[in-house]
Write a protein that binds this ligand. Structure first.
Ligand SMILES: Nc1nc2c(c(=O)[nH]1)N[C@H]1C(S)=C(S)[C@@H](COP(=O)(O)OP(=O)(O)OC[C@H]3O[C@@H](n4cnc5c(=O)[nH]c(N)nc54)[C@H](O)[C@@H]3O)O[C@H]1N2
Ligand SMILES: Nc1nc2c(c(=O)[nH]1)N[C@H]1C(S)=C(S)[C@@H](COP(=O)(O)OP(=O)(O)OC[C@H]3O[C@@H](n4cnc5c(=O)[nH]c(N)nc54)[C@H](O)[C@@H]3O)O[C@H]1N2
Ligand SMILES: [Mo]
Length: 707
């Protein structure tokens, strides 16, 4: 992104960088309006401290200031350090829980000074599972590494399957490649229960029932093997476990698969044949598919398809879930886990699962599955959480089981610090609020999960007011805590050099980054990884030869590693505990999709009027199939109650015949911007995915009634 700054140091324009081969000079609709966010009149510009006696809970928008008093950074850092020290002494340092996710995904902003700080303190570690862990682990179980077809190569495909991914909404920079492929005759198939913008533009939209993807992938394998459409030579050379897999898929006949997915048996066959016989066939699997109880297995089964057909061999074919595995940052230098030895614990702290934040705050355990199995009850190793430090995330809006999270955040004995740019659903529960920067106001280095370029993100403008970056804030706080290690005084520029492991000759020593120097990055802004330097003469095609970083060195259809964990070594379809086939469906028969918005970034941007306008059509709506609406006497535009044992929200019915019957959909919004101050996550659960212990936002049963 290029930023134009005027003579007064004010950013006046943002635009895509035309020299970036993937983004090619265009920005998505929400980021094109980024200056609305940077210069929003309600940005938090100073540290704030909750006034004595003001209860924690949703504050009226625009009047949040009244609950807080302005304090200096000095006072805020001093007050926070004192309270953290006291908490650590009283309950043990593990009673302090950091809670963060991606922010704007800079390498430093995401995980560097903060990790150093919490390791040295002995604070709990956080398992960052809310987004991609199930699918990420699944992909790694099959291929050993999160790599995939280069985004630019999708334009060469003749078939593109978008599986559980909303390309046009969430991943719009891939869309021009899809369009180019289609101009050359490619077909686009979208597998998504919801008719997204992407699905509406597809040649074939398969509105699969939520959580049944593993069945569909196994059904496709059944047809492919039955009809001899697999690539035997590729399977021989590159994969492990075909015999076991072949035996397993025998159970998944098109008829049985159809009964789960809601497709016709002929459609399962058609999909399998089209996928296996079109070359190149590119699979854009995305994370939508793994936000269900069986989601790890679903992602794993889907990931196996290009291995079965040898699609990787054809340039433009193969697949992509994420490209993040290609970026070998020096994580030890950045995060300094060795500092844990110097903490009062003298070891790495226990881990708390962010997808079970409600449980952790309600003193019900850590969401740590392995522990839970051993104890045969909710795990609760270590102390209850007494201090919560939130940055780069808005758990008051995005975390599952919102009501449990809120009950926790309201606890009198919980001390909460939030570092953010706006008064969010989370700052309403903060003891201290610290003002954070946008990515225009700090320097960082970026990897990617959709391309293969290392990028330098240079500070363009001064931070407004007293807002400060994550790196600065945690460095300063460390000094207040009396942590004397030099690493807490590192500058962002030094940390970027550490991330790149710049050697004596000025070059990175990281894998695939050896050609990169700081000067080069400064000059160009973006530099491709080594294997992607000459895409035309030496195209990168992963998984076509050689040994892979899996236990067998091959692509794994059969996983000993899973077997060792007591899990099924082969993919299998298991209906979700919250699905139409379960006991719970008797009381809550509708499957609820609590979806993202095309014009927000999860909860980011939802507070900006311009962005809200773009989402007006579906905002605060409950999309429902005509049959399900009729059965409940609900008409379009009527107020409805959507509820289950965890919560209740009020929405407006919007009849949508494109949904599968039995499936309803709503959108993630800020809780405090709704009349009842609750959002869709009041309905979602803290149940975890089969692999990766991730959140299961799309396995949620509800009932709907007229309000
Ligand atoms: N505009 C916009 N872009 C974004 C984001 C945003 O909020 N807005 N968020 C960013 C983030 S954090 C992420 S992780 C990525 C995520 O991008 P995606 O991976 O695309 O993730 P989702 O939007 O969660 O889910 C994609 C689709 O999966 C569908 N889906 C739900 N359940 C199932 C199922 O059981 N099977 C199948 N096949 N499909 C299912 C949903 O209806 C949805 O349309 O997008 C990023 N980009
Ligand atoms: N129901 C439902 N819930 C979901 C999802 C869904 O599809 N449906 N999607 C899930 C997914 S995929 C994800 S990734 C999570 C994401 O959830 P979050 O990680 O909470 O993501 P955001 O909503 O973007 O909130 C990020 C917050 O960090 C702040 N921030 C941005 N940059 C910085 C920075 O540099 N420093 C600091 N201190 N703060 C910063 C922003 O202002 C914002 O308030 O939500 C999950 N929750
Ligand atoms: Mo995400």
């Amino acid at each position: 992104m290029l930023v134009t700054v005027d003579g007064n140091g004010r950013a006046v324009k943002v635009q895509g960088d035309p020299s970036q081969p993937v983004t090619n000079g265009f920005l998505c609709g929400k980021v094109a309006k980024y200056l609305d966010r940077v210069y929003a009149p309600d940005r938090i510009l100073y540290p704030l401290k909750r006034k004595a006696g003001v209860a924690k809970g949703p504050l009226v928008r625009g009047r949040e200031h009244e609950a807080f008093e302005r304090v200096s950074w000095d006072e805020a850092l001093g007050g926070i350090a004192a309270r953290l020290k006291e908490t650590a002494e009283r309950y043990g340092p593990e009673s302090i829980l950091p809670y963060s996710y991606a922010g704007t995904i800079g390498v430093l902003g995401y995980g560097s000074m903060d990790r150093r700080f919490f390791h040295r303190l002995g604070g709990s570690q956080l398992a960052r599972t809310i987004c991609a862990e199930a699918g990420g682990q699944a992909w790694k179980l099959v291929y050993g590494k999160k790599l995939g077809t280069p985004t630019e190569d999708f334009k060469l495909a003749k078939l593109i399957v978008a599986w559980g991914g909303n390309i046009h909404g969430n991943n719009v920079h891939l869309w021009p490649m899809v369009e180019q492929a289609r101009r050359n005759g490619a077909r686009l198939i979208v597998i998504d229960p919801y008719r997204t913008r992407t699905a509406a533009l597809a040649d074939w939209h398969i509105a699969i029932r939520p959580g049944t993807d593993a069945a569909l992938a196994l059904g496709m394998m059944n047809v492919i093997l039955r009809e001899g459409l697999e690539d035997r030579a590729y399977i021989e050379a590159m994969t492990h476990g075909i015999e076991q897999l072949a035996a397993r898929v025998g159970d998944y006949t098109p008829e049985r698969v159809a009964s789960w997915t809601g497709m016709r048996p002929g459609e399962v066959e058609q999909l399998a044949r089209e996928y296996a016989t079109t070359r190149p066939a590119a699979l854009r699997m995305n994370y939508g598919v793994q936000r269900v109880e069986n989601g790890g297995t679903a992602a794993r089964a889907i990931a196996m398809l290009p291995a079965l057909t040898g699609a990787w061999k054809h340039r433009g074919g193969g697949g992509q879930l994420s490209t993040s595995g290609a970026f070998a940052w020096d994580a030890n230098a950045l995060e300094r886990p060795d500092l844990a030895l110097r903490s009062p614990l003298g070891r790495l702290a226990r881990t708390v699962n962010m997808s079970a934040l409600g449980q952790a705050l309600e003193k019900q355990g850590t969401g740590n599955r392995e522990q839970a199995k051993e104890d045969n009850e909710p795990a609760n190793s270590g102390p209850d959480v007494h201090a919560l430090f939130v940055y780069n995330s808005n758990p008051g809006a995005v975390a599952p089981n919102h009501n449990a999270v809120v009950r926790g955040l309201k606890r009198d004995d919980l001390f909460t610090v939030v570092h953010d740019l706006f008064f969010t659903d989370t700052t309403d529960y903060a003891d201290y609020i610290l003002p954070a920067t946008t990515f225009l106001e700090h320097t960082d280095i970026q990897g990617a999960y959709g391309h293969y370029f290392v990028q330098l993100s240079k500070q363009a403008i001064e931070p407004p007011g007293e807002s400060r970056s994550n790196v600065w804030m945690f460095g300063q706080l460390a000094q207040r805590m009396g942590f004397e290690e030099d690493c807490f005084r590192d500058t962002p520029e030094e940390m970027i050099r550490q991330a790149l492991a710049i050697g004596d000759d000025g070059h990175s020593t990281n894998a695939e980054m050896e050609h990169i120097t700081m000067e080069d990055l400064e000059a160009k802004g973006h530099v491709p990884l080594a294997f992607h330097r000459e895409p035309e003469s030496k195209p990168f095609q992963p998984f076509v030869s050689g040994s892979l970083p899996t236990p067998s060195g091959k692509i794994e259809f059969y996983s000993e590693a899973l077997a060792a964990q007591g899990l099924d070594p082969l993919p299998v379809f298991v209906p979700a505990v919250e699905s139409r086939w379960s006991e719970g469906a008797k009381r809550y028969p509708l499957e609820f999709l609590s979806r993202k918005n095309d014009n927000y970034m999860n909860s980011t941007f939802a507070n900006l009027d311009g962005h809200r306008k773009m989402e007006a059509r579906t905002s605060q709506k409950l999309e429902i199939h005509p049959l399900d609406a009729e059965a409940r006497g609900i008409n379009d535009g009527e107020a409805v109650r959507v509820f289950n044992d965890r919560g209740l929200i009020h929405l407006t019915a919007m009849i949508n015949g494109d949904l599968p019957s039995g499936v309803v959909a709503g959108r993630l919004d800020w809780a405090k911007l709704t009349p009842d101050a609750v959002n869709v996550n009041a309905l979602t659960s803290e149940r975890l995915t089969d692999i990766g212990a991730g959140a299961t936002f799309y396995s949620t049963l509800v009932e709907v009634a007229k309000a």
